[in-house]
Design a protein around this ligand. Structure first.
Ligand SMILES: Cc1cc2nc3c(=O)[nH]c(=O)nc-3n(C[C@H](O)[C@H](O)[C@H](O)COP(=O)(O)O)c2cc1C
Length: 478
């Protein structure tokens, strides 16, 4: 049985690791990662201590066979906030016989001070992304942490209020403002002091927002859920539609047509879920996309403005300035972007009939050109496909990548990840020729990575960076 024991959470993770046959990586006293790579489960579970008595658990697992995690009750009162982002998960408490399906974007709050345990069932065959913030009253009481004095008194208030009822369970929707902080926690993988501080800030913000809404909810004031659950799902689907069609004209009539909801419902749904009007929300997504394109491509500003659905470049520039505080041109030429480190990973298929002489030629150009521009990285070729990472100053990486893209010795080039980064993984340009090396561990890593990289939903920044970091470690031992 996989038991999460809030009072002893790090120890319970050691047990979970051995039961799931996971690799356990204790990064610091505040952070542990379980990595799973077995037949039934793949991915990771991260446990972070935010403050003493406040923990975040971040599940990112591809589950092929059903597994159940039990949230054990202990002597101390515990409040757990669950945020479900993808996959098939059900919930059941010892109270109920029935399992309740947890919907995507659902938020559950469990406040326990009874003997009842809660069970989370990860059904097979899906990528499960589920996050939890767990607060343990006794550990908060005992902490000397001055930093959290103010926070503590608000949390006590919550404990008192929620626990007036024997056990409290709230089922609602994850609000946009909470999701924002959650995404920050998920993306921030740093273990340095600054990253820990930012995690603390994000969690405080998350909880403040969570319980601010909760209070409004409990007092039944202005905020009542304006829509039925099926309607909320339609609004969430509209968001997906907008993200996929930023380059098209998105009118309220189009949204009405797609969702079948009337404009009043659409507006109140957007207000409820995203705290915006549909138009405002679309603009924000467009500007966010523009920032990403400015950061990660060398497309010019007219191209970008067109790509995200603005026919008028100067209108785009003025909106960009309004949201970001500078013009797109200024943003692109800012030193931050120009001088910071940049990584780009792609995969491609080797042209049929490629020879060893071709590979030697590629390597020679790489050593010469990459050396001149201080572009480091790694190229993996397994006689079928290439996997490459390039890292260096953004303009240098894009310059080299432009040449590679035009090379006829490979086809089907697919960028897996491109982003600003803080450190290089490789100190020089190296090439791992897998079959020649015959290193089964690299072959295993490559097999898993190929599996991820064939599915756009799985090719995350995390998978890619984990893969290259693991390759780097292995190369050092060869
Ligand atoms: C899979 C693959 C990876 C490559 N990687 C690099 C590289 O990292 N650096 C590089 O300069 N050229 C690389 N090339 C070769 C370039 O496409 C191009 O032939 C080369 O940069 C031309 O160099 P030159 O202009 O100095 O003759 C690669 C080609 C392929 C097919």
């Amino acid at each position: 049985m996989l038991q999460i024991i809030p009072e002893n959470i790090f120890d319970s993770f050691q047990t979970i690791a051995s039961e799931l046959d996971a690799d356990i990586q204790v990064l610091s006293e505040f952070s542990t990662i379980l990595t799973l790579q077995n037949k039934s489960t793949e991915g990771e579970i991260r446990l972070l201590q935010i403050f003493s008595g406040v923990y975040a658990i971040l599940f990112d697992l591809s589950v092929k066979e059903k597994i159940t995690f039990t949230l054990k009750t202990t002597d101390s009162a515990v409040i757990s906030c669950l945020y479900h982002r993808s996959g098939k998960v059900s919930h059941k408490s010892d109270f109920n016989i029935e399992y309740n399906k947890i919907e995507i974007l659902q938020n559950i709050i469990i406040a326990n001070n009874t003997e009842q345990n809660d069970h989370l069932i990860f059904e097979g065959d899906r990528l499960v992304q589920l996050n939890m913030i767990i607060m343990v009253e006794d550990l908060l009481v005992n902490t000397e942490d001055k930093e959290i004095d103010i926070f503590k008194s608000s949390i006590y208030k919550l404990f008192t209020e929620l626990h007036q009822r024997q056990s409290y369970r709230y089922f609602g929707q994850i609000r946009a403002q909470v999701l924002e902080q959650l995404e920050f926690l998920i993306e921030n993988r740093g273990t340095d002091t600054l990253s820990l501080m930012m995690n603390k800030a994000a969690t405080l913000m998350l909880l403040a927002r969570q319980f601010f809404f909760q209070e409004q909810f409990a007092n039944n004031s202005d905020i009542t859920i304006p829509l039925k659950r099926t309607e909320i799902e339609k609004i969430a689907a509209l968001k997906e539609y907008i993200v996929a069609h930023l380059g098209h004209q998105i009118t309220i009539n189009k949204l009405i047509e797609i969702s079948g909801l009337n404009s009043k419902k659409i507006r109140s749904g957007f207000r409820y879920l995203f705290n915006s009007t549909p138009q405002d929300y679309t603009t924000k997504l467009r500007i966010k996309k523009a920032v990403e394109l400015l950061d990660t491509t060398d497309k010019n500003i007219s191209e970008i403005s067109y790509e995200i659905g603005f026919s008028n470049r100067s209108y785009f520039s003025s909106l960009f300035q309004k949201y970001i505080g500078m013009l797109p041109k200024q943003y692109r030429s800012s030193d931050k972007i120009k001088n910071s480190l940049y990584q780009l990973s792609y995969k491609s298929v080797a042209k049929p009939g490629i020879t060893q002489a071709d590979i030697d030629d590629i390597l020679n150009s790489s050593y010469r050109n990459n050396g001149d521009r201080i572009v480091t990285g790694c190229l993996i070729y397994d006689f079928k496909e290439f996997f490459q990472i390039l890292e260096g100053k953004k303009e240098d990486v894009l310059f080299i990548y432009q040449k590679i893209k035009e090379d006829s010795r490979h086809l089907d080039i697919k960028v897996l990840q491109q982003d600003l980064t803080e450190e290089r993984y490789f100190t020089n340009f190296s090439m791992a020729n897998l079959n020649a090396v015959g290193n089964t561990k690299i072959e295993q890593l490559l097999t898993i990575y190929k599996y991820h990289s064939n599915d756009i939903n799985r090719t995350s920044k995390k998978n890619t960076s984990d893969f290259w970091v693991a390759i780097k470690k292995l190369l050092l031992t060869i």
